[in-house]
Design a protein around this ligand. Structure first.
Ligand code: G
Ligand code: G
Ligand code: MN
Ligand code: NA
Length: 255
């Protein structure tokens, strides 16, 4: 309860911080995008993992507040860094499944539009990362929200692919632009892992989606992704999530 109220205050008081993890081209190594990952420095408990405080937010029914904060501040931070010379990057922001149900679809779409207009960012430069849970939310309005977001012009990525209840019929029917392969499939070294990776990439290509591999930590993994035709990667090999002000340096040292 204590933590819940502290979290409310943190959101309202702008105590959360956005970190950004670079996303790079597998073929060229160029950083072409970033994923925004929220961080909370709890005054007593120290740095809290988003997994734990997002669960608290869900229980407290404040995922919408957290989500709106994340969308607004990720866009604002990136635009601010661009005014300081950061090249234009694709910006990915996580949207929890609760936001599809907690906010009415119209509110979420309106909030995204408002944040883009306020900062003057083109909708095409924003990717919202959703999970399989959003698509099959209990109210059943996931697909409608997805269509409205697409009409606005933002891109959609399916996060943690392979860990949920992926239904191939949903994948085929919905306008998803990017598939993010969960890191558990990247880290495995067995023959089956490689076959699985190959099958996912082939399926994504068939559906005209780009493919991003998460959790890439070694050169060997990157080489394998190159051989399998994966488009983008993210992981400690390129860079851990860093504060906005450190992004320019991370991108520079890549060349
Ligand atoms: O950095 P990592 O420990 O950063 O993130 C852990 C989990 O928290 C990931 O599954 C990630 O998708 C999620 N997460 C990080 N930031 C956000 C956010 O702003 N919104 C939502 N909904 N999830 C986030
Ligand atoms: O949104 P998502 O569930 O994809 O969040 C990504 C999570 O993976 C975050 O917790 C982030 O800190 C973590 N992460 C990013 N790169 C790596 C990596 O190379 N290895 C591992 N183990 N975790 C990573
Ligand atoms: Mn993500
Ligand atoms: Na993920």
């Amino acid at each position: 309860m204590e933590t819940e109220n502290r979290l409310r205050e943190a959101i309202a008081g702008n105590e959360l911080e956005m970190y950004f993890q670079p996303q790079a081209s597998v073929r060229t190594g160029d950083v072409v995008g970033v994923e925004a990952l929220v961080r909370w420095h709890h005054p007593d408990l120290g740095l809290m993992s988003p997994e734990s405080f997002i669960a608290i937010a869900e229980e407290a029914g404040i995922t919408a507040e957290l989500g709106c904060w994340a969308i607004q501040s990720a866009i604002a931070e990136i635009c601010r860094m661009e005014r300081h010379g950061l090249p234009p990057l694709q910006l990915s922001v996580n949207v929890s499944a609760d936001m599809f149900t907690g906010l009415s679809g119209r509110d979420l779409v309106a909030h995204v539009r408002q944040a883009l207009v306020r900062e003057g960012m083109a909708p095409q430069r924003l990717t919202l990362e959703i999970t399989e849970r959003s698509i099959i939310d209990e109210n059943g309005n996931g697909p409608q929200v997805i269509d409205a977001l697409k009409a606005l012009g933002v891109k959609l990525a399916l996060d943690d692919f392979g860990t949920g209840y992926s239904s191939l019929s949903y994948l085929k029917a919905l306008p998803i632009d990017e598939l993010k392969i969960d890191k558990t499939f990247i880290m495995g070294n067995a023959k089956e892992d490689r076959a699985f990776l190959r099958a996912i990439i082939m399926m994504a290509k068939t559906l005209n989606m780009s493919v991003l591999a998460e959790g890439v930590e070694t050169r060997d993994q990157l080489v394998r992704l190159y051989e399998e035709g994966c488009d983008l990667y993210q992981g400690y090999l390129c860079s851990p999530p860093v504060p906005a002000h450190a992004l320019a340096d991370v991108i520079k040292t890549r060349f």
